[in-house]
Design a binder for this molecule. Structure first.
Ligand code: SF4
Length: 435
C-alpha cells in the first residue's frame, strides 16, 4: 500500500484541512506514515501569514527537492495559503512539486489523482472526515474572509467568505461523534460572519443551537471571532447552550485606536471593552483568549503601552502575541513603512509575554483545590491529559482507561500553561456521557 506523509504549518484551519486531505488520500488507497523518507506522497499544508512562516515553507520545499532527487517517484503536493492565484509562477519556481491546489479544493486533488491513474471514488462531494477521529475534532464552517485587515494576507489567498450549509455541518459533526469525537471546534477566519451568504441566512447562534442537540457530543467551541461582528444574540446563545464551552477567542490586535484604524480592524478600544463587559455580564466564568500584534508600522512606545494597559485591565486567560512582518500584497505593506526596529519588536513581544505569564499564572492559581471537568484527550509523559471547558490543559494520574471521558479533577498544582490534579472521587467519577 502506498504511504503518505502530511506536513502542516499554521493555524487550526490548516490542521482541519490536512485531516480532510488525509481522509481523501486514504480513500484513494494510501496509508499514513510518520516517517517522511518512507512516504510515496508528501502533502505540505502551508502558512504565509508571517515572513518566518513563508521562509519555513520555502525551506521545506528545498528539503523535499533533495529527497525527490534521490526518489523521483515521490509525489509532492502543496496546499494552504502559499498557493496564490499565480499557480503557473509557483510551478515554474518549484518544478519538483507535482500539484499546487488551493485550500479546500479537493476536486483539484481528485482530478490530479485521476490523471495519475489512482482509483478515485465516484462520489466526490460531502465526504465526512471520519477516519482517525480524535477526541476533539476540528470542523471548518466558513472559509475565506471579507475583511481585509491591512496587515493580513489571508483574504487574498483564501478568497471571499463561503459558509457551509447547516445540514452539511450537522451531518459531519454527527458522523464525527459516531466515530468517537466528544468535542468539536468550529473553525473560520471570522465565524461571526457565518451564514450571511446562505439562502436562509442562518447565523452562528442558529448553527450552535442545532449542534447542541447532537447526542453524544459533550462540548463545542468555535474560533475565531471578530470583535466588530460578535452579536449580543451570539453571546446569549453561548450563555444558554449547555455544550458551548465558556471559552471565547476575541482578537484585540492593538490597544490604541490609531493603530487599530491603521490595521483597519473596524472597532475602537472602547467598543472592544464594552463587548468584553457584555460577555462577562452574561457568562461570568468565561475564559478569554486574544491575539496581539506588536511593532505595527509607526507603533510608538505610548501606543504599545496602551496595548499593555488593555491586557492588564481585561486579564485574558491566553494571549497569542506576534511581531508585525509586512506581507507583500497587503494594504499595510503598500502604505506603511515597516519602521519599528526588529530588536524593539522583540522587546515588546517579550514584555507582552512576561506580563501575560504573570496574569495567566495568577488566573490558574485560583483553581487550586477546586474541581474542574476535564475531557481526556490522551496520555503524555505517563499521565492522562485533557482540557477544561475553559481550555486549560490538565494532567492527572489514573490506572483506569480515561480516554474520551469527562473526569472531575481536583487541581493541586498550577503554572501559567498547565494544571496538575487528582481524580476527584476515584474511578467511579469517570463520566461515560454526561451530556
Ligand atoms: S479578520 Fe482580518 S486578520 Fe482575520 S483573516 Fe480576515 S483579514 Fe485576516
Amino acid at each position: 500500500m502506498p504511504e503518505y506523509y502530511i506536513w502542516t504549518i499554521g493555524c487550526q484551519m490548516n490542521k482541519a484541512e490536512s485531516q480532510r486531505v488525509a481522509d481523501y488520500l486514504e480513500l484513494l488507497g494510501y496509508q499514513a506514515t510518520l516517517v517522511l523518507q518512507k512516504a510515496d506522497l508528501v502533502l505540505l499544508n502551508t502558512c504565509v501569514v508571517r515572513q518566518s512562516a513563508e521562509g519555513k515553507v520555502i525551506g521545506t520545499l528545498g528539503y523535499l527537492k533533495g529527497i525527490k532527487n534521490s526518489k523521483p517517484d515521490l509525489a509532492i503536493l502543496v496546499t494552504g495559503c502559499f498557493v496564490d492565484s499565480d499557480v503557473k509562477q509557483l510551478e515554474k519556481s518549484f518544478p519538483h512539486v507535482d500539484l499546487f491546489f488551493k485550500p479546500g479544493d479537493y476536486v483539484g486533488l481528485l482530478n490530479w489523482a485521476e490523471k495519475q491513474d489512482i482509483g478515485v471514488p465516484r462520489d466526490r462531494t460531502g465526504l465526512p472526515s471520519t477516519k482517525n477521529v480524535t477526541v476533539s475534532a476540528l470542523v471548518p464552517i466558513i472559509r475565506g474572509c471579507n475583511n481585509f485587515c491591512s496587515y493580513c494576507i489571508v483574504p487574498y489567498r483564501r478568497g471571499r467568505e463561503r459558509s457551509r450549509p447547516v445540514d452539511e455541518i450537522v451531518c459531519e459533526v454527527s458522523e464525527l461523534v459516531r466515530h468517537g469525537a466528544r468535542e468539536v471546534t468550529l473553525l473560520g477566519q471570522n465565524v461571526n460572519s457565518y451564514g450571511h451568504d446562505l439562502p436562509t441566512q442562518p447565523d452562528l447562534s442558529d448553527l450552535l443551537t442545532e449542534i447542541n442537540n447532537i447526542n453524544g457530543l459533550a462540548r463545542m467551541r468555535f474560533l475565531t471571532n471578530h470583535p466588530k461582528d460578535m452579536s449580543q444574540q451570539l453571546i446569549q446563545a453561548i450563555a444558554s447552550l449547555d455544550k458551548v464551552c465558556e471559552h471565547i477567542s476575541l482578537p484585540l490586535q492593538a490597544g490604541d485606536n490609531d493603530v487599530l484604524k491603521a490595521m483597519r480592524r473596524g472597532y475602537t478600544v472602547e467598543q472592544y471593552r464594552q463587548l468584553v463587559g457584555s460577555i462577562r455580564n452574561y457568562i461570568p466564568e468565561v475564559a478569554l483568549s486574544t491575539d496581539v500584534i506588536v511593532g505595527f508600522p509607526g507603533e510608538s512606545e505610548e501606543q504599545f503601552e496602551r496595548t499593555l494597559a488593555v491586557l492588564e485591565e481585561v486579564r485574558f486567560d491566553t494571549v497569542h502575541v506576534a511581531v508585525y512582518s509586512p506581507r507583500p500584497g497587503t494594504i499595510a505593506s503598500r502604505e506603511y513603512e515597516d519602521n519599528v526596529p526588529p530588536e524593539l519588536k522583540k522587546e515588546r513581544l517579550n514584555r507582552v509575554e512576561t506580563l501575560q505569564a504573570n496574569i495567566a499564572g495568577e488566573i490558574s492559581s485560583r483553581l487550586i483545590g477546586k474541581a474542574v471537568e476535564v475531557l481526556v484527550e490522551g496520555k503524555k509523559g505517563g499521565k492522562w491529559c485533557g482540557r477544561t471547558r475553559s481550555n486549560k490543559l490538565v494532567f492527572f494520574e489514573s490506572g483506569g482507561d480515561c480516554l474520551r471521558r469527562l473526569v472531575d479533577v481536583i487541581i493541586t498544582k498550577t503554572s501559567p500553561w498547565a494544571l496538575q490534579g487528582e481524580i476527584a472521587i476515584g474511578a467511579s467519577n469517570l463520566k461515560e456521557s454526561k451530556r
